[in-house]
Design a binder for this molecule. Structure first.
Ligand code: UPG
Ligand code: MN
Length: 733
């Protein structure tokens, strides 16, 4: 291509305000150093009050400062990407590569088939040549209900896809599209017809799900159901593979006579004696199966709840893979994980700041992490190909030939690729495909790809590319964050650690970025300390912070206020609300004092061989009662759990400390108000903020009557625990 006329398919711009931010960060760092100096120089002598408490504070502040430094790597080099789809089409309209989309589902009870097929339909309807698009659904439950839904969807697609094209539907998940419309949009005949067809389909799916089985009539109509004859349970069944639409067959057309994308159902074999490696195992089975059907050189992976909200995302991703100058080093393109079911002020927090700030920063350092859903990969890097400067990758790949005479023979051959023994004595899950043995298979896989020399790209288009479902109860969000933080810590301690494995392979800032996430869970220690010890010392009347009149008071106030303002500004910049920010602070505290503790403990147990990797799938259904509280932004505590006991105990402890202090001030005149505030204002503020942030929890402990309140047993436990600790400290220690 003529160099002079070269017009890139994407551009990368440095984020605005980087210099200002760097100045601000430097001033923060000075403040932090002063705090460290103060702590180090003022350690109480042996025998003096508060010596051990003080040393602990030093440890916590060293950690916080160190961790803050790490998080700077996510802010220092922020970049933004922009694609030029028109140029892509101008140059490559007829040479676009085949793209394979993998959708994963695991359980029809918590991932309803109707939701799953809406996701499938949305990706089938991408604005992309259908003969170049193939969609594979991995069903880890091997459920006939999910299969039945997919079969229905394959029929509905013949109407839905042409309709999408005709009226430029957006988003292309039918359920999301219908709810996005107002009544006045719903007048014409085509619309009524498509909506009726959708409702018929949804009905038939619902009937089957309610009955828990597919009707005999439907089974008679489609021979594919016979594959369930030998099925015994979701953990014990043979591989089932069915090609519902094969775009190689000339005769499969939509109602307008246009070809349809390939659609394949895959339930890999499951046997109790063979470990299945969760989503990573499912993805690897799909990689193999798809290589024999469509062998698309580009693979998109989405979770079953993450429908496509933007029909041009494939083209966007291809701008990064097909640029003549810079694409050869890019292995994957990650889109943000956004949610459709969030409420205005997000009581369970959000990924906002990660999406809108941090990932732009990691992108500037070498590329974002692979976070599982909404990610486009090159097939060959998933196979483990090393990066090499010389080899320019191209996206042409052979179209596998269909050797079998009929589709059943083909399906049978492919089922062997999805058998539970296929991977034995192979490099699958190790050198080939997604990596096994980690609850965040995605992050680990992305990291090793980057360690082979590849870059990745983070792309956040204005119109969100994917929308999914976020957790709707506190327990779900804490369990999810336990899985994530545990997985990330596993990576840090594994042979693929960004520190030792990544050394020399990742650039330094990139490694620090990974460290920030890998060290999520160890944060629990300093946080727990900070939210217990200063409050208890308040009861004893021992000050752990500088007095108001001291010059050391300044760095503390500066760092606290500057950090608060910065986090507030980042949150608002990321599109959050003021109350949302406050809720985020609560969740920040809750994650650090529950999910992270258990993540850390389980990692240690695993390290010493007494615990296995688990993957608790996040439910995507919420019962009406819970949903109505979710919509009112009332936190759902619900069932008793060790995590909830810890949170409640901490909340009670701080309440007792604050009450204890107030009581002391009122009852005994031995210490003057002015003196107490002068010496302990920061400590009182800390305890006060902890109490204030926990207000919804006190409400749920003592006043709420609905089912989302804290169970009484937990209330009793937490009061007893907190009271005993406070009494011991106040009277004995
Ligand atoms: O044995 C399993 C377990 C899960 N899944 C699928 O994996 C996806 C993610 O599960 P979910 O419970 O929704 O987890 P999240 O925490 O929301 O998922 C994020 O984090 C996971 C790693 O912890 C990644 O696998 C996901 O892609 C990423 O979106 C879902 O589609 C599941 O159906 C399987 O296919 N098989
Ligand atoms: Mn999910």
């Amino acid at each position: 291509m003529d160099k002079l006329k070269y017009e890139p398919l994407f551009e990368t711009k440095k984020a605005k305000g980087r210099i200002l931010y760097r100045l601000f960060a430097s001033s923060m760092f000075c403040g932090i150093i002063f705090i460290w100096i103060y702590r180090l120089c003022n350690i109480p002598e042996p025998g003096e009050n508060g010596r051990y408490g003080w040393i602990g504070m030093l440890g916590a502040e060293l950690w916080f400062g160190f961790y803050w430094l790490l998080t700077q790597s996510l802010r220092w080099n922020r970049v933004h990407r922009h694609t030029f789809r028109d140029r892509l089409l101008l140059r490559y309209e007829n040479e676009l590569p085949r793209v394979d989309v993998f959708v994963c589902t695991a359980d029809p009870a918590i991932e309803p088939p109707i939701m799953v097929i809406n996701t499938v339909l949305s990706v089938m309807a991408y604005n992309y040549p259908p003969e170049k698009l193939s969609v594979y659904l991995s069903d880890d439950a091997g459920s006939e209900l999910t299969f039945h839904a997919l079969l229905e969807a394959s029929r509905f697609a013949k109407h839905w896809l042409p309709y999408c094209k005709k009226v430029s539907v957006e988003p292309r998940s039918p359920a999301a599209y219908f709810t996005s419309l107002s009544v006045s949009d719903q007048s014409d005949a085509d619309f009524s017809e498509i909506k009726r067809l959708y409702e018929d389909m949804a009905n038939s799916i619902e009937v089957a799900c309610k009955a828990g089985t597919v009707s005999d009539q439907a089974k008679l109509e489609y021979t594919g159901f016979s594959k369930w004859d030998s099925y015994s349970s979701k953990k014990n069944h043979a591989a089932i593979l069915q090609i519902l639409i094969d775009s190689r067959d000339e005769e499969t057309m939509d109602i307008d006579g246009v070809r349809l994308p390939t659609l394949v159902y895959v339930a890999r074999e499951k046997r109790p004696q063979h470990f299945h490696n969760f989503k990573a195992g499912a993805m690897n089975a799909l990689i193999r199966v798809s290589s024999e059907i469509s062998n698309g050189p580009v693979i998109l992976n989405v979770d079953c709840d993450m429908y496509s909200n933007n029909s041009n995302s494939i083209q966007d991703a291809l701008c990064f893979f097909m640029d003549e100058e810079r694409s050869h080093e890019i292995a994957f393109v990650q889109f943000p994980q956004s949610f459709e079911n969030t409420t205005k002020n997000e009581v369970y927090g959000s990924l906002r700041v990660i999406d809108e700030v941090e990932f732009h920063g990691v992108d500037g350092n070498g590329g974002p992490l692979y976070t599982g859903t909404g990610c486009f990969h090159r097939r060959d890097t998933l196979y483990g190909r090393e990066f090499s400067k010389e080899a320019k990758t191209d996206l042409k790949s052979a179209y596998p030939e269909k050797t079998e005479k009929n589709v059943h023979e083909l399906e049978e051959r492919l089922e062997r690729l999805a058998s539970s023994t296929y991977e034995q004595n192979t490099q699958w899950g190790n050198e080939i495909g997604l990596k096994y043995g980690c609850p965040v298979e995605d992050v680990l896989t992305g990291l090793t790809i980057q360690c082979k020399g590849w870059k990745s790209v983070y792309y956040r288009p204005k119109r969100k590319a994917f929308l999914g479902l976020t957790a709707t109860t506190l327990d779900q969000i804490l369990v999810q964050h336990k899985r994530w933080s545990e997985g990330d810590l596993n990576i840090l301690l594994s042979k693929y650690s960004p520190v030792w494995y990544g050394l020399g392979k990742l650039n330094f800032c990139h490694m620090l970025g990974y460290l920030t996430y890998c060290l999520w869970s160890p944060n629990f220690l300093a946080t727990l300390y900070y939210s217990i010890v200063p409050s208890l010392y308040l009861l004893k009347g021992i000050s752990l912070f500088p007095q108001v009149s001291s010059k050391w008071f300044l760095p503390f106030t500066y760092v606290i206020i500057a950090e608060l303002i910065n986090s507030f500004a980042e949150f608002l910049y990321s599109g959050g609300t003021v109350l949302g920010w406050w809720n985020e602070q609560r969740i920040w505290l809750y994650k650090r004092t529950s999910s992270y503790i258990f993540a850390f403990l389980d990692t240690m147990l695993k390290l010493f061989g007494s615990s296995n990797t688990t993957f608790i799938v996040t439910p995507k259904v919420t019962d009406d009662d819970v949903l109505s509280r979710y919509k009112q932004e009332k936190m759902e505590f619900g069932s008793a759990s060790p995590m909830l006991t810890i949170l409640s105990t901490l909340a009670m402890l701080n309440l007792f400390c604050l009450v204890g202090l107030v009581k002391k001030l009122i009852l005994t005149r031995e210490v003057g108000l002015k003196y107490v505030f002068g010496t302990m204002v920061l400590q009182i503020l800390l305890c006060g903020v902890l109490v204030f942030v926990n207000l919804p929890l006190y409400n749920a402990l003592f006043f709420r009557q609905d089912k989302g309140k804290v169970p009484s047993s937990t209330t009793v436990q937490s009061v007893v625990f907190a009271l005993s600790v406070c009494t011991c400290v106040a009277y004995l220690y």
